[in-house]
Design a protein around this ligand. Structure first.
Ligand SMILES: [Zn+2]
Length: 127
């Protein structure tokens, strides 16, 4: 694997499915096969559902993805509800603890929003 942080992803173009954009352009649909860890990160809001960028540094469900500008906080759950096809148990190793992995990520990566600490330089403090 390259060191760019990419996790293994398999993309399969569906020969039977296609979609048409509002301006009439036709695209073939595709399905992504991702690792259980990536799926858990998507559902916990730590990975962009549009471009799969890891979002751990920004906390769960940041307002926008810094790479593709997808509105994660607003649309991630909706996107997953519409497009997530679930777990293909034929490719997950038997006994893989998906729920435990998700809970682990929640615990490890959760950062409460609105808690900001900052230090004010002494010379700028008011008397
Ligand atoms: Zn993105």
């Amino acid at each position: 694997m390259p060191e760019s942080g990419w996790d293994p992803v398999e993309i399969e173009v569906s020969p039977t499915k296609a979609y048409v954009t509002e301006d009439g352009r036709k695209f073939q649909d595709s399905e992504l096969t991702i690792t259980p860890k990536m799926a858990a990160e998507l559902h916990a809001g730590y990975r962009c559902a549009r471009c799969l960028e890891p979002l751990q540094k920004l906390g769960a469900f940041p307002e926008r993805c810094p790479v593709c500008a997808f509105e994660v906080a607003k649309y991630q759950r909706q996107q997953l509800e519409e497009q997530y096809r679930g777990v293909d148990t034929s490719i997950i190793p038997a006994g893989f603890p998906l729920e435990r992995e998700r809970e682990h990520l929640e615990r490890e990566l959760y950062r409460p929003k609105g808690l900001v600490t900052m230090s004010v330089p002494k010379q700028k403090r008011r008397p």
